[in-house]
Ligand binder design. Structure first.
Ligand code: FES
Length: 152
């Protein structure tokens, strides 16, 4: 059963350099506040990656925040045919609406879908949460590469 997730729109509205030790050294962007998304909700944002604003999405999955590039691992197109609809099965999975590939929300692993897609991972966007603010840092991507370059 598919459930339409409650959704929000947001954008990359501000950026700053990280000030804390041990944090990624790249510019990070404010993409949301934790209070903006309840469990089962998502929000899209743009992030500059390799000189291009790439569409990404932030999810609150069972109280934990994750972000991924909005690009299916079956065919490299956006997953939300209906704008900002990523969750399916009562918020248990993320789903690409084109051919119904299912992904684990917390790892981005494809667990069901078209041949050749299972076992691949969504491209993760690193997040930091400081004082209720969610920051995203552009990853150093290799879109043709394997999951190790995109997973923590
Ligand atoms: S493009 Fe996503 S499942 Fe085919």
């Amino acid at each position: 059963m598919r459930r339409r997730s409650q959704r929000h729109q947001t954008g990359s509205v501000a950026s700053e350099r990280p000030k804390q030790r041990g944090k990624p050294s790249g510019t990070r962007y404010i993409v949301a506040r934790t209070a903006d998304l309840r469990p089962g909700e998502s929000a899209k944002f743009l992030l500059p990656i390799r000189g291009t604003d790439e569409e990404c999405f932030l999810i609150n999955y069972r109280g934990q925040f994750h972000a991924y590039l909005n690009r299916c691992r079956h065919i490299p197109i956006a997953m939300d045919w209906i704008d900002n609809q990523f969750f399916a099965e009562e918020g248990r999975y993320l789903m690409c609406q084109t051919h119904n590939a299912y992904y684990e929300p917390d790892t981005g692993e494809c667990i069901a879908g078209p041949a050749g897609t299972c076992g691949k991972y969504l491209y993760r966007v690193p997040l930091e949460i400081v004082d209720g603010v969610v920051y995203a840092t552009p990853p150093d991507p290799d879109f043709a590469g394997d999951r190790d370059k995109w997973q923590p």
